[in-house]
Ligand binder design. Sequence first.
Ligand SMILES: Cc1cc2nc3c(=O)[nH]c(=O)nc-3n(C[C@H](O)[C@H](O)[C@H](O)COP(=O)(O)OP(=O)(O)OC[C@H]3O[C@@H](n4cnc5c(N)ncnc54)[C@H](O)[C@@H]3O)c2cc1C
Length: 462
Amino acid sequence: MRKVVIWFRRDLRLDDNPALNLAISLQAQILPIYIHSPEEEAPWFPGGASRWWLHHSLRKLEQELSGRGLALHYFLGNARDILPSLVCSENIDAVIANRLYEPHLARRDEELFGRLSAEGVQTNLFDSSLLFRPGSILNKQGKPYRVFTPFWRSARQHLEASTPPAVPAMPTGNLQAIRQDTAGSGSLEDLGLLDNNPWHEKLHSHWEVGERAAQHKLENFLNTGIGEYKSRREFPALKGSSRLSPHLHFGEITPGQIYRSLEPLLHLRNVAERSSIECLLSELGWREFAYQVLWNYPQTSRQSMNPRFHDDFWKDDTEALHAWQHGTTGIDLVDAGMRELWETGWMHNRVRMVTASFLTKNLGLHWLHGARWFWDTLVDADLASNSLGWQWVAGCGVDAAPYYRIFNPLRQAKKFDSSGIYVDRWIAERPCSPGLVDLETSRRDALERYKHAANIRDGAPG
Ligand SMILES: Cc1cc2nc3c(=O)[nH]c(=O)nc-3n(C[C@H](O)[C@H](O)[C@H](O)COP(=O)(O)OP(=O)(O)OC[C@H]3O[C@@H](n4cnc5c(N)ncnc54)[C@H](O)[C@@H]3O)c2cc1C
């Protein structure tokens, strides 16, 4: 009987999983594996909150697989070394996985799968975690879009024309497993994903991890939240958005599954609800756009897309950074957001924009400082969406907010948290101490600096 490795990565689910589906259809003995290879993810080593999610998501996947007679095998180290030696020691005939789209990991996979197939091993890589493979939506000149609206108009038409197909459901009953004692593998604990300090215990009260929880959350949202998504999603005190982002990041659910659940509702619901559904689809569109941008401009995870905003544009202020990180800036909405992040591993999108604007514009600090902090503290930390989000707010990426858009946290709070429920939830000691910076003076200072940088680009230094 043939032997097949199914290599799980950010596709921690059984349903709608084309790689697993092929492994099953080959009627071979199956060896499911997970390789934790932080060195290969450098310089974006998985952050603390992400590793917490990953640990529990793997545990859930392990339980689901074991219910089907399969044991998930864990490895720690570089996939470049581990996979070829596993293939050799276990006489593996095929290695199957779903694609990763971070350019450095996609390069590793291409090289590794190339080596394996040169040695006669069957290799298959599937698309499954995006609606569109990066690079597949191009403008009329055959170039990548740099602005979201035309990108989404084009992508939406593609979706309208052909719904992403579902993967056939898994057959019931046990699957053929390869014997359990595979050389070099260890336990989930051996991966060392959880920090020794149990700070992460608190996350359990905010999240249920895993494929089943993701499906349940989607169903619940479609039954109770989707109709009012558009009108409620901007208010951080409400649970108005889906909170599916970590599930999507780890592939516990796919955007294809979400799209296929939403599409029939477009024909059934009233105008307002249809507009809410379109709004949610366009948010998924931002996720797609983020991956297209990272794919086409891989440097944007490390440096400003716009060269005017390279490292010397930004100020240095360790104390201010520390106050921002720990929610002690004295600006209520900013501090509430940073504390929500610290307590729950998640922050509302509107507040992400406000806190990011405060860091980069009012404090003048490099967006990379913010991106790194989010990377370590968000359970949904995602290289494409995080890099795009930060560069958008800082005004230095593609389709960036214009430089004169500086969110005023007081006005934002008045508009989106007028009764102060969100701020009260996260800040016990209101009224706060005086702000770290004067909002008006720091706004004017930022405008000057951005204007000066703009003039340099135009060849007329201010
Ligand atoms: C500075 C900054 C950093 C961010 N970092 C991340 C990150 O690391 N990981 C991450 O998943 N999102 C990030 N976002 C985008 C956004 O804030 C989150 O995706 C959203 O808050 C998740 O909540 P939700 O699942 O309830 O979203 P919903 O409103 O329910 O949207 C559904 C899904 O669409 C996607 N989505 C929504 N908004 C965006 C967006 N603006 N960009 C990309 N995808 C989007 C998410 O996958 C989300 O789960 C960032 C935004 C900013 C401004």
